[in-house]
Design a protein around this ligand. Structure first.
Ligand code: SF4
Length: 233
């Protein structure tokens, strides 16, 4: 392992600026670092293009490209961003970059944050606790729910968020049971959304209200703004 982790290399699919779309940070300007590769194959995946394609950049090069976008919020995503060797060191470097940005910012400015969008199928244990985990826990209709590492729930912080993308009633029941079994609503934020084009959002909202589920409903914002398969947004 080199001493200087900024020379570690990562396969990067794309780096771009858009608005964050699927968390309580939705609507805020965000620099996305999409790493290549995923260990899952979800039925509704909209980033199939990130499975293989990308080019190798050092962590230092990634940070230079991110810096050119001048973000307050950075999201490390994929694919599955924690799959690549050295991902925890990249997280440390991005947190350090944002901490440096905090110096001298206006008191009312958006607080710089690193978000990590992960499926929960790779351990988050030991990751830099200044990063916010957005864990997209896979439901049965995704075909990937069997890959979940449930021990990850033991490493969540109160600022982290669990996201469930629901495609049918069975998914909804699965989420409800998991929230109850692992007391997720007491641990962190819980978000529900609908698989785009598969289920009407009002159905999920109706079930949530009937059952008093402690979750926040949201839509996959990007799907309503841009064409569902548009890249780089
Ligand atoms: S985890 Fe995300 S990138 Fe991987 S297959 Fe599922 S939806 Fe696609």
């Amino acid at each position: 392992m080199p001493n200087d982790s900024s020379i570690l290399k990562f396969k990067v699919n794309e780096i771009f600026k858009s608005v964050q779309g699927e968390s309580s940070y939705a609507g805020l300007a965000c620099a996305f670092v999409r790493l290549s590769g995923c260990n899952l194959r979800c039925a509704y995946c909209d980033t199939v293009y990130a499975y293989k394609y990308g080019r190798y950049l050092t962590a230092g090069e990634i940070i230079s490209k991110v810096d050119a976008l001048d973000p307050h919020i950075i999201e490390l995503t994929g694919g599955e961003p924690l799959m690549q060797k050295g991902a925890p060191q990249l997280v440390d470097l991005l947190v350090e970059y944002l901490n440096n940005k905090k110096k001298g910012r206006r008191a009312d400015a958006i607080e710089p944050r690193l978000l990590i969008e992960t499926s929960g199928s790779i351990s988050i244990k030991g990751l830099n606790d200044q990063a916010v985990i957005i864990m997209d826990v896979k439901t049965p209709s995704s075909g990937s729910s069997g890959m979940m590492i449930f021990d990850n729930f033991n490493h969540l912080k109160s600022v982290d968020e669990i996201k469930f993308v629901i495609g049918d009633r069975a998914d909804y029941e699965y989420c409800k049971n998991i929230i109850f079994e692992y007391s997720l609503a007491e641990k962190c934020g819980v978000l529900f959304s609908a698989v785009y084009g598969k289920i009407r959002p009002e159905k999920i909202i109706k079930w949530m209200l009937q059952d008093g589920v402690k979750a926040r409903f949201q839509l996959q914002m990007h799907k309503y703004i841009w064409p569902a398969d548009k890249k780089g947004v």
